[in-house]
Design a protein around this ligand. Structure first.
Ligand SMILES: Cc1ncc(COP(=O)(O)O)c(C=O)c1O
Length: 423
């Protein structure tokens, strides 16, 4: 749908909801309520997705196994804990466009980022730089700076930051490739967010991977804002690794276990250094408790610790819903909902705000970042007090995302009304 087909009146939102084939999924999530007991207008799935009602069933199931079987739950449970993570492998692989052996759910995002960099950031005197976005999420910045220092280099000379042109908010794809072409020989690792957390810009992951690999750089992506939001084809695009979290568009719950992709070409790269732990050891011989580490082939070989079953359980609930809906349908509604917010905001244009997210649907996901140069924080707080939930990122960005699984066109309509009134 293009914005020429959007209509300004509320009846358009009502009609769109009536013919939305994903509308029934909303009832499978808990919507936070206002004090008056109404559903909040929750546009914050880019930060924390909502709770699937089935999450507690999955958690209760494992609590019961623990109560009834104790340690035997590892092997005797209906879903034995030793391989519980594999219940998520197929769905995860489909979600990021990978082969099952290329993905694993484990740890959380920044931890996985460090595990990946321990293996894939191998700086030398000639090639020691890490390329990131200047507006990369702080945790990524801390992680890359600490890795650079860990290897005896200095961020001042080893960190290369992509900047938008003066007066622009998004990066130009061609600039990224030009920079890789120019500086590539000194770049050890390109680490970009698939979707930038601040602006919502989707990077051309395929083009960046090609450009990076052509210059001999390792390529990794932080897909925190991409997983479950935009289509991904990691296996075909060919980055070396990717990491993501599951608590945003995947609705796995606060601090939920993250995901990790390691391209098939590294499945048996035993020569790569890695930070090892017993859960990465070949599973057939793990419990022989030998002193030598023999990693599993594929992404599972990067696991370290045994599985946090109670954190994986709600992710199963969430991924089942996601798979049932299907990323194609989710993405198609997402493009429409985001276009609709933009259309309605466009009708109320004002010098008090501007949208900094790219306009082209293929260069953005669900999130729209609205720049509010003055009193934005206060506006965001006022909206929250009315049950309109987006979030604020310093210095001046109000982020909102309409999530196809539980947001409606009427949510969007009401949001824009409240936003304009609050302005
Ligand atoms: C882009 C990005 N990277 C990293 C993180 C940090 O994730 P974690 O706390 O799971 O390590 C976040 C969290 O929101 C994020 O948005």
């Amino acid at each position: 749908m293009t914005d020429t087909t959007f209509q300004p009146g509320e009846e358009f939102a009502v009609a769109m909801d009536a013919r939305d084939t994903l509308a029934h999924f909303r009832a499978r999530f808990y919507l936070p309520k206002t004090e008056a007991g109404d559903d909040c207008i929750y546009l914050c799935g880019h930060s924390l997705g909502l709770q699937p009602k089935s999450a507690s069933t999955y958690i209760d199931q494992e609590l019961r196994v623990w109560a009834e079987l104790g340690v035997e739950g590892h092997f005797q449970a209906k879903n034995p804990w030793v391989k519980y993570h594999r219940l998520l492998t197929q769905q995860t692989a489909a979600l990021v466009g990978a082969e099952p052996a290329e993905v694993v759910v484990m740890n959380s995002l920044t931890v996985n980022l460090h595990l990946m960099m321990a293996s894939f950031y191998r700086p030398t005197k000639e090639r020691h730089k890490i390329l990131i976005e200047s507006s990369a999420f702080p945790s990524d910045q801390y992680a890359v700076n600490s890795q650079i220092r860990f290897h005896g280099f200095e961020p001042a000379s080893s960190l290369l930051q992509l900047m938008p042109h003066a007066g622009e908010s998004s990066m130009r794809d061609e600039d990224i490739e030009t920079l890789i072409e120019r500086e590539g020989d000194s770049i050890a690792l390109i680490l970009l967010g698939g979707v930038n957390y601040a602006t919502g810009q989707v990077f051309d992951m395929e083009g960046i991977t090609k450009a990076g690999r052509r210059k001999g750089c390792v390529v990794g992506f932080d897909l925190a804002h991409a997983a479950g939001n935009v289509p991904l084809r990691l296996h075909d695009w060919g980055p070396d690794f990717a990491v993501w979290c599951s608590y945003k568009y995947l609705n796995g719950g606060p601090g939920c276990v993250g995901g990790c992709f390691v391209h098939e070409r590294h499945a048996r790269a035993w020569e790569l250094p890695r930070l090892a732990g017993w859960w990465g050891h070949e599973d057939e011989t793990r419990f022989k408790m030998g002193p030598e580490f023999h990693p599993m082939a594929g992404a599972e070989g990067w696991q370290v610790s045994n599985l946090p079953i109670l954190a994986l359980a709600p992710l199963r609930a969430a991924m089942e819903i996601f798979s049932e809906a299907g990323l194609d349908r989710v993405r198609s509604k997402s493009v429409s909902l985001t276009g609709y917010i933009e259309f309605l905001l466009g009708l109320r244009s004002s010098p008090k705000f501007s949208i900094i997210t790219p306009r082209e649907p293929e260069r953005r996901g669900a999130q729209l970042s609205i720049r509010l140069p003055s009193s934005g924080r206060e506006l965001c707080d006022r909206l929250a007090a009315q049950g309109v939930i987006g979030d604020w990122r310093e210095p001046d960005i109000f982020r909102v995302a309409a999530v196809p699984l539980y947001n409606s066109y009427q949510d969007v309509y009401r949001f824009v009304q409240r936003f304009s009134a609050a302005l």
